[in-house]
Write a protein that binds this ligand. Structure first.
Ligand code: UDP
Ligand code: LCN
Length: 782
């Protein structure tokens, strides 16, 4: 990642003061315009509108925009809050760096604000001016910075997401300082000793009693091994090493628990249901890759150990024809991996139906406690590593790892605060439907409790020069009336590591691999795409020769499938050169009990009617057969089509990886992970979901070019395949994750005392804040 470095600047207050005095007229006009937007009520004003307005005011006077404050404002202003006559700006001069300033529209007085002051300013937009100054002053502030002061921190945006590399250099620096001599071996000796205590002799035996012994043994071993052929088998060197006190290797990680509580989680017939998408695909592919990697490592180390991987999810008695009502489900293609399902329990008994991910909060604590003994029984002991997935899984992972003192890894998949803009500041309005107050609080606790966090992209942590990262967005924010976060998480923390997933290579491979193609599925696929409308397919493609613009996703608002339909409908050029094919959720709104899915379904029908799309548009219900989905992507590639990912925000975007793995050019949303997967203009194209007409033009331009020459399609397709091969595979993923698990287990051991304070703080926040919030979330009718 080539991320620019922090540019550095004069203090924000100083540059703002000189800007407003030098270009008094322009800034007066701009601030007048901003406060005008807030004349009825203090509010957040769109930062992009404010930037556009400054550009307009500057007109041909280049000096205005080139002056430092205006430059920073144009590049890095993320928020404009207006409470007339005062206007406050949140500026992001560089990735992960934030500063705040307030300017009065009346007299242009400038005042730099601290983060807490800025958040307090924002709270007034919602709650009005707090008459009780003391109340505002003594609002609870969440701040983890004091606990992290002893944790080494990275400083360059370019190193964000490479925590393990940084930590390795810190650890080896600490351990091999000659100044301390053998004393520097103290942590590693302690670590090895506790491993040994776990069972038989591994790594070291009783002849090594202290760090000095270890130091001497290592030196001697090194001298003797140096003289041998590097290929000498372990059994030949074992006697020599044992005598020195050294034993065979140890599988630090061989019992893994993976948490994904909300359903549906199964191997068949679940994808495309509300909430059940990429996270399931990700975990099913992940466990296969992990099992393979662990077994390979054991073989390399000459170790025989029992490998156990258990995916923990909720058991749903009313499983709608899926396997989600079975306690145990072995994972196909593995020997040591299975799903363990434990029901959600409450005072009302066992919850029988599927429950939306937004409503699961009241069940999780009990779930964690019910899972703990069953998990240990299944694994044959305490896990070595607990991996949480999504907010609910990460909270349960937090409770379990707290309880069992096990290394915890978090995977967010998506942090809802970023998907639903203003979910923090407007939490009161949204809480009845989404319970974001619980979810955001849970996220905050879980991310601070995790020993390490893996993300699929850089942007997930820290965004880009222009956009804010998902974790970065948890650095500071406020939920008025609840609490204020002045330092929630630091994206320079070495706990962050980018480990990107791939797509199952057995399922998603290039259309050009002719001998692997599933040709016997083609008849069914043709029927699906071109057959007459039915209960599961809306619309009919009249001109079958046109290439297909294809999209597939769950039918929720943020996925924006209805947006894509609208862009297509309104662009004559695009309609002329392509057909539109969408796989999305359901086509009958009556069959859904998910409010977003229902609303989106109705919207799609209205668009079809309004724009008379029947002859050019095919809309199919969710497709659960991934093997066939692979062949659908390839079938569309055969006919020189393309894939569109139109989401308003996409955390990562597995469909983009799948489509590219099959050789399809992609038009991928510029909001989120896909913008990192696709290199614009090379391995696909970025589209801005908030500028639909422009997005449709990008697609129309491409297909017109392809119409002129197929080479234009071929070039993008080839580059997409290459991008996947070099960056997004499960084999790379598993190797990295296992290395991280080992290093962070050691790090957890050596930094345990430092982290105790943080752990206690999180515990207090959990008990005093999160539990009461969750207590307000109603149990679901069953
Ligand atoms: N998917 C599917 N059938 C559908 C819709 C989606 O098999 O009808 C699969 C899709 O192939 C991908 C996953 O579900 O593997 C969706 O993952 P993505 O990361 O794109 O989005 P998410 O649903 O996780 O937000
Ligand atoms: C959830 C999402 O929203 C997607 O963006 C990811 O691709 C998926 O999980 C897998 O991580």
């Amino acid at each position: 990642n080539q991320q620019p470095e922090y540019r550095g600047s004069l203090p924000l207050g100083d540059i703002a003061s000189s800007a407003v005095s030098e270009h008094k007229k322009t800034w007066t006009e701009l601030l007048k315009w901003v406060v005008e937007q807030a004349k009825d009520k203090p509010c957040l004003v769109s930062n992009t509108d404010t930037q556009d307005h400054l550009k307009e005011l500057a007109g041909s006077n280049k000096d205005v925009l080139e002056e430092p404050f205006a430059h920073l404002f144009m590049q890095g202003c993320q928020e404009v809050s207006a409470n007339p006559p005062l206007v406050a700006f949140a500026m992001r001069p560089s990735i992960g760096v934030w500063e705040y300033v307030q300017i009065s529209a009346e007299d242009l007085a400038v005042m730099p604000l601290g983060v807490g002051e800025y958040l307090r300013f924002k709270e007034q937009l919602i709650d009005g001016k707090d008459e009780d100054e003391l109340n505002a002053l003594w609002t609870l502030e969440f701040d983890v910075s004091p606990f992290n002061s002893r944790i080494p921190r990275m400083s360059r945006p370019g190193s964000i997401g490479q925590g393990v590399k940084f930590l390795n250099s810190v650890l080896s620096g600490r351990m091999f300082t000659s100044r301390l001599g053998a004393q520097s071996f103290y942590p590693i000796h302690g670590f090895l000793q506790q491993l040994r205590a776990d069972g038989a002799n591994v790594m070291i035996n009783d002849s090594i009693q202290n760090p000095e012994d270890l130091n001497v043994a290592l030196r001697k071993a090194e001298q003797r091994l140096d003289k041998l052929d590097p290929e000498t088998p372990y059994k030949d060197v074992a006697p020599l090493l044992n005598k020195l006190g050294l034993e065979r290797g140890l599988p630090i990680v061989h019992r893994v628990a993976i948490l994904s509580p909300h359903g549906f989680f199964g191997q068949k017939d679940v994808l495309g249901k509300p909430d059940t998408g990429g996270q399931i695909v990700y975990i099913l592919d992940q466990v296969k890759a992990l099992e393979k990697e662990i077994l390979k490592r054991f073989e390399d180390q000459g170790v025989e150990a029992d490998v156990q991987i258990v995916i923990v999810t909720r058991l749903i008695p009313e499983a709608q024809g899926t396997t989600c009502d079975q306690r145990i489900e072995p994972i196909d293609g593995t020997k040591h991996t299975r799903i363990l399902r434990v029901p959600f329990r409450s005072k009302q008994g066992i919850a029988k139906k599927w429950i939306s991910r937004f409503e699961v909060w009241p069940y999780l604590e009990q779930f964690a406690m019910d899972v703990a003994p069953q998990l240990q029984e299944e694994l044959g002991g305490k896990p070595d590593l607990i991996i949480g997935n999504y907010s609910d899984g990460n909270l349960v992972a937090t409770l379990l790892s707290h309880y069992m003192n096990v290394t915890q890894c978090n995977i967010a998949h998506a942090l809802e605060k970023t998907k639903y803009s203003d979910a923090d500041i407007n939490w009161k309005e949204m809480d009845a439907d989404y319970h974001f107050s619980s979810q955001i609080t849970a996220d905050l606790i879980a991310m601070n409790n995790a020993d390490f966090i893996i993300t699929s992209t850089y942007q997930e942590i820290a965004g880009t020069q222009e956009t804010v990262g998902q974790y970065e967005a948890h650095g500071s924010f406020t939920m008025p009336g609840l609490y204020r976060v002045v330092n929630g998480i630091d994206c320079f923390d070495p706990k962050f590591n980018i480990v990107s997933p791939g797509a199952d290579p057995e399922t998603f491979f290039s259309y050009s691999e002719d001998d692997r193609r599933l040709k016997d599925l083609h008849k069914g696929i043709e029927e699906m795409l071109f057959g007459p409308p039915s209960k599961e397919a809306v619309g009919e493609l009249k001109d079958k020769s046109k290439p297909m613009l294809f999209s597939m996703a769950r039918l929720d608002r943020v996925k924006n499938l209805s947006g894509l339909v609208e862009w297509y409908a309104k662009n004559e050029r695009l309609r002329k050169v392509t057909n539109l094919v969408i796989v999305g959720g359901i086509v009958d709104p009556e069959v859904s009990n998910d409010h977003e899915e229902k609303a989106q379904c109705e919207k799609m029908h209205a668009l079809i009617k309004e724009h008379k799309l029947e002859g050019e548009f095919r809309w199919l219900v969710a497709q659960n057969n991934s093997k066939r989905n692979g062949e659908i992507y390839r079938y569309i590639a055969d006919r020189k089509g393309a894939f569109v990912q139109p989401a308003l925000y996409e955390a990562f975007g597995l469909t983009v990886i799948e489509a590219m793995s099959c050789g399809l050019p992609c038009f991928a949303t510029s909001k989120g992970g896909p913008a990192e997967i696709v290199v614009n203009g090379e391995s696909g194209f970025h589209i801005d979901p908030f500028h639909g007409a422009a997005a449709a033009d990008v697609m129309a331009d491409f297909f017109e070019k392809v119409h002129e020459s197929e080479e234009n399609w071929q070039a993008v397709s080839d580059t997409a395949l290459e991008r996947i091969r070099t960056h997004y595979t499960w084999a790379i993923y598993a190797e990295r994750l296992m290395s991280l698990a080992r290093i962070y287990s050691f790090w957890k051991f050596v930094s345990n005392l430092d982290r105790n304070e943080m752990r206690r703080y999180q515990e207090m926040f959990y008990i005093l804040k999160l539990r009461p919030l969750i207590a307000k979330v109603p149990l679901q009718e069953q």
